[in-house]
Write a protein of this length. Structure first.
Length: 111
């Protein structure tokens, strides 16, 4: 549900969805989208309203590294040279309202 809502939100805000649940080895990238400037690799985290921790905190440094590596494989396999951006989209459902947060540039590739 969270990934569907995130993809809808991205499309409503001018992004084109290139791929969903794209795999590179054991790593899956939830949503790969594109706008005029970037190829966006989005990790979607969905939690219920009673969950106490920030859903974005689940995208720790080791998870970021695997996403960055998979994104590099994606860019090479598709022969794309557009700049990459790494976003996190959180969805908190089950309370009186649905809460969604799109964090652009949530993390950066490091050497």
């Amino acid at each position: 549900m969270g990934e569907d809502l995130a993809a809808e939100w991205l499309q409503q805000h001018g992004y084109t969805i290139r791929d969903r649940n794209w795999r590179s080895g054991r790593t899956e990238i939830d949503i790969i989208a594109e706008n005029d400037e970037f190829i966006v690799f989005a990790e979607v985290k969905t939690r219920s309203a009673g969950y106490l921790a920030d859903p974005a905190a689940a995208v720790n440094v080791p998870k970021q590294r695997t996403i960055i590596f998979a994104a590099s494989n994606y860019l090479k396999s598709k022969n794309l040279e557009k700049e990459a951006r790494f976003d996190i989209i959180t969805v908190v459902a089950g309370g009186p309202e649905l809460l969604m947060d799109h964090v652009e540039n949530a993390f950066y590739p490091t050497m």
